[in-house]
Design a protein around this ligand. Structure first.
Ligand SMILES: [Zn+2]
Length: 322
């Protein structure tokens, strides 16, 4: 049961299980889907199935265990020599600091980690599996160096390219790989993942189908930060001038998804106030309803790739005018 830990991705898992059962695992898969939905987990499960001593990804043999156990020291890569992880900045120590990895997976990484290996049979004979994190970060130069190998790898060699931004993937890479699609996770599955870890499952509906975002949201420190954001946003609404709003917008170093989640909590707090005031003060309730819509528009803007700080600024200007 190599894919037992991959929850809520039945179509993807079925595709992979069928390929394995027929002995025809593709040589270059491309796992596409939002962040934090199990793509990397599935890639490691596939690697286990391919290198397993018992041939079935038992999860218990030495090969299976080493395939998913990362070394303690940098680079943090699997202990199994035939399961090779790639990712931007992963081999900083080996490649040196000026290896050009500030913007992407460099040609140096492809040369040293992939091309130096692919000419040889797997160390332990079963399979050689390359897992590439955020494959959309492969630079053009690195992709060019990889193309021939990706197209016609040696026998028993497999690539699993992971991406949450498939549209950014180079066409040359896309055309040489087979897509396997992963979807957002249902809230129920996210809640059970949180419960299993003893975390607050009530944040599940705000995680946009991402287990990793849910774990972040359920983190007590995160909750404190989120509550502080909601408080600061309310303060900025009623402040005599725009300065606190601008300060809050400027301080947005969070990733887009994180900010979207915070704004979702802010929108929820505004909606709660609207409901609370509707009986006593209809005018105040209407004002809150306008604010609620405005916050949702800001979330929408973030989804359309508006810069986080800009989206927040525009939101506060609109909120304060209402
Ligand atoms: Zn095994």
């Amino acid at each position: 049961m190599p894919f037992a830990a991959v929850l809520g991705q039945a179509p993807a898992v079925t595709t992979l299980e069928r390929a394995l059962a027929s002995g025809r695992a593709h040589h270059a898969y491309r796992f596409e889907g939002p962040p934090g939905v199990g793509k990397e987990l599935a890639a490691f499960a596939l690697a286990q199935a391919l290198v397993c001593e018992r041939g079935n990804g038992c999860g218990e043999c030495s090969a299976c265990r080493r395939a998913v156990t990362l070394s303690e020291d940098d680079p943090r890569v699997p202990q199994h020599p035939d399961v090779v992880l790639l990712g931007r900045g992963l081999y900083r120590g080996l490649l040196g600091s000026n290896s050009g990895e500030a913007t992407g997976i460099s040609v140096e990484q492809v040369r040293r980690i992939v091309l130096a290996r692919v000419g040889f049979p797997p160390h332990e004979g079963r399979a050689l599996v390359f897992i590439v994190r955020e494959a959309d970060e492969i630079t053009t130069q690195a992709a060019n160096a990889l193309l021939k190998t990706l197209e016609e790898p040696h026998e028993k060699t497999h690539f699993v390219l992971l991406t949450s931004r498939p549209s950014r993937l180079l066409d040359t890479i896309r055309s040489r790989s087979l897509p396997v699609r992963f979807g957002p996770l249902p809230d129920g599955i996210i809640a059970s993942i949180l419960e299993k870890r003893g975390l607050d499952a009530s944040v599940a509906p705000f995680a946009q189908g991402s287990a990793s975002l849910a774990l972040e949201l359920a983190d007590p420190e995160e909750k404190q930060e989120r509550d502080a954001f909601v408080q600061a946003a309310f303060d900025a609404l009623t402040a005599p001038d725009l300065a606190p709003a601008l300060k809050l917008a400027e301080g947005q170093k969070r990733d887009r998804d994180g900010l979207k989640a915070q704004l979702t909590f802010f929108a929820q707090a505004v909606a709660a106030q609207a409901r609370a005031s509707i009986a006593a003060d209809a005018k105040a309730a209407l004002a809150r309803a306008f604010q609620h819509r405005t916050v949702l528009q800001a979330i929408d803007a973030l989804e359309r790739n508006v810069q986080p700080a800009l989206a927040l600024e525009a939101m506060f200007v609109r909120l304060r005018s209402g």
